[in-house]
Design a protein. Structure first.
Length: 288
């Protein structure tokens, strides 16, 4: 009778010999689920050992780094080990803003090489031909990913608001909400590829559901609608957030001032209730 450790080792040995899961199940007399659990456990252990080796490598070099290398070089070393800016800031005891600057500097050469490659070597039409795909087939993939994301997403009614949330924050979502974000990312990649091929901008995933192609967004959030546009962002937030308490009080003499102030507010898209501004027309009263 084999022990649990011996049974797990037998599974790993069979797997490393190139056997399929079905073959392992027959040989070891275990269910697919139990075999999967053993393999997943081994994968996590390998990841843990790799992280430990990376940390040991940095620990071994840290003293010499502090003696002879600049803070930026030490930060680059941490980034090369997979550390994010917050982790590097803690490790080096630096302000997050300073480490963020180092992080941008670290990635800049990679971005420049990518931009050069895209300008000189990237050939979307050749990629399409190699894949033996038509434009319509690629669009079908896009629509499928949009539907998978939207149908999975428990936050689908908040889709517009979530486009203003950073990827770092969205990556903290869990379960179906996180899976939906992965579908959306894949859909955007396909949309960008289609744009490279056809210069046609695909509608957002949520616009696939109502058939309007996104025209309703311009009606609600203003024309032109663009997630990167400050006015569009402000109107999206206005639509979802509660009104703020009064923070400023403006008291003025009469109707002329009332007209001018409200005209300025309209031009700047300032809403007195939303932005917490109290207006009072004194209607010609003196000594104000």
């Amino acid at each position: 009778m084999l022990t649990r450790q011996e049974r797990e080792q037998n599974v790993l040995d069979l797997y490393n010999q190139g056997n399929t899961i079905r073959d392992i199940a027959k040989e070891a007399r275990m269910s697919f689920r139990d075999i999967g659990a053993v393999l997943k456990k081994e994968e996590k252990e390998k990841e843990r050992q790799k992280r430990q080796l990376d940390n040991n490598k940095y620990s071994t070099d840290s003293d010499s780094n502090r003696r002879g290398l600049s803070l930026s070089t030490q930060a680059y070393e941490l980034f090369s080990l997979g550390k994010n800016p917050i982790q590097a800031a803690i490790e080096l005891n630096l302000r997050e803003s300073q480490v963020t600057r180092y992080y941008k500097e670290y990635w800049k050469p990679f971005f420049e090489r990518w931009r050069l490659w895209r300008k000189t070597e990237f050939d979307p039409e050749n990629i399409r031909k190699i894949g033996n795909l038509s434009i319509e087939e690629i669009k079908e993939w896009y629509y499928l990913l949009c539907h998978l994301g939207y149908d999975t997403d428990p936050l689908s009614e908040w889709f517009v608001l979530l486009q203003l949330i950073s990827n770092t924050k969205k990556n903290k979502l869990t379960d179906k909400a996180l899976i939906a974000q992965e579908y959306y990312k894949l859909a955007r990649m396909v949309a960008l590829f289609l744009y490279d091929l056809t210069k046609e901008k695909m509608p957002d995933p949520d616009d696939q559901m109502d058939g309007s192609g996104g025209t309703w967004k311009s009606e609600i959030y203003g024309e032109p609608f663009d997630y990167n546009n400050k006015q569009s962002q402000k109107r999206i937030l206005d639509n979802y957030l509660v009104s703020r308490p009064y923070r400023i009080a403006l008291i003025y003499e009469g109707d002329t001032e009332d007209f001018v102030i409200k005209s300025i507010f309209d031009a700047l898209y300032v809403d007195q209730d939303r932005d917490g501004i109290f207006l009072h027309n004194a209607e010609g009263q003196g000594n104000i």
